[in-house]
Write a protein that binds this ligand. Structure first.
Ligand SMILES: Nc1ncnc2c1ncn2[C@@H]1O[C@H](COP(=O)(O)OP(=O)(O)O)[C@@H](O)[C@H]1O
Ligand SMILES: [Mg+2]
Length: 279
């Protein structure tokens, strides 16, 4: 009975997520236009400030010394601010593009994907969700993304969900440990993404509460959770295993020490699949 009830709740959640996905894709699309305005106008304003600098320089003799200095200072400040606007605008665009990338894919569709990009976005998403839910909590996130990684053939929708599941668990594990840990405990989560010629590997390591032997044995079971009611459904890891092993033909491995932390690693074969898709 309780499993049926849990399943019903999970379905309801999925339904909500699906419509939320559609909604966010729509919003992301709409937001891109005004963001492009912000970016383009801040670039143009930067150029106008350059012009202004030249005019001031060409009129050195006609401006009193202190006025000139003041103008130069203001122009410098404005340039800094323009760069801030530009930088943050570009960051916002990249978030929006991440959302579009994930929501554009059809179910089970392998697409050439900037894996580092989606991992980065979903790590942020999980981090901010946790910060919003647990006031006063923080965690140091260390990220290592292999540079210049070419697009990989994966199912972006599913891979991002797998990252989110594991990341959410890692956040919970460090948060839970911080509730009872002695002072001097600094929650930390490390993410790394790397690829070789034939393998993509993503790992997420936390220094949270870790797992005992029973949990290690059961964590992939449907409905297995150690979290209080309302906090966990016990489906995250079984969904994640399905995504990595069945859908991507990869492997999910982990190592964990009780009280010390846990590391999950996804290994996904790449070469062969890309070859099949291209031929
Ligand atoms: N990073 C982790 N650190 C400690 N325990 C973990 C971690 N990830 C998973 N677990 C354990 O595995 C269980 C199952 O995880 P999951 O399937 O995601 O379900 P849920 O998060 O809803 O409990 C968790 O309840 C927890 O006991
Ligand atoms: Mg979970």
């Amino acid at each position: 009975m309780s499993e049926i009830e849990l399943l019903r709740q999970q379905l309801q959640k999925q339904e909500k997520l699906a419509s939320l996905g559609l909604l966010s894709a729509g919003i992301a699309h709409e937001i891109k236009n005004p963001l492009n305005f912000v970016i383009n106008f801040s670039k143009m304003s930067g150029k106008l400030l350059d012009d202004l600098t030249v005019i001031v320089e060409n009129n050195v003799g006609r401006l009193p010394e202190d006025a000139r200095e003041e103008i130069n200072e203001i122009v410098m400040d404005l340039k800094d601010e323009m760069e801030q606007i530009l930088g943050n605008g570009e960051r916002a665009i990249s978030i929006v593009e991440g959302i579009l990338l994930v929501s554009r894919g059809k179910e089970n569709e392998f697409l050439p994907t900037d894996v580092c990009h989606i991992v980065r976005e979903y790590v942020r998403l999980s981090y901010h969700a946790m910060r919003a839910n647990c006031q006063g909590f923080n965690v140091a996130i260390r990220e290592q993304y292999q540079e210049g990684m070419p697009p990989m053939m994966v199912i972006p929708q599913d891979l991002s969900r797998a990252v989110l599941n594991v990341m959410n668990n890692a956040c919970y594990a460090v948060w839970n440990k911080s509730q009872s840990a002695e002072p001097g405990y600094f929650p930390e989560i490390s993410i790394s993404v790397a690829a070789s010629a034939d393998e993509l590997s993503i790992s997420i390591a936390d220094n949270g509460e870790g797992m005992n032997d029973e949990v290690k044995q059961r964590l992939f079971e449907n409905f297995f959770t150690t979290k209080p009611i309302g906090q966990g459904t016990g489906l995250g890891m079984s969904i994640t295993r399905d995504i990595i092993e069945n859908k991507h033909g990869g492997k999910i491995t982990f190592s964990s020490t009780e009280g010390k932390g846990t590391t999950f690693t996804f290994t996904i074969p790449i070469g062969e699949r890309s070859f099949h898709q291209l031929s």
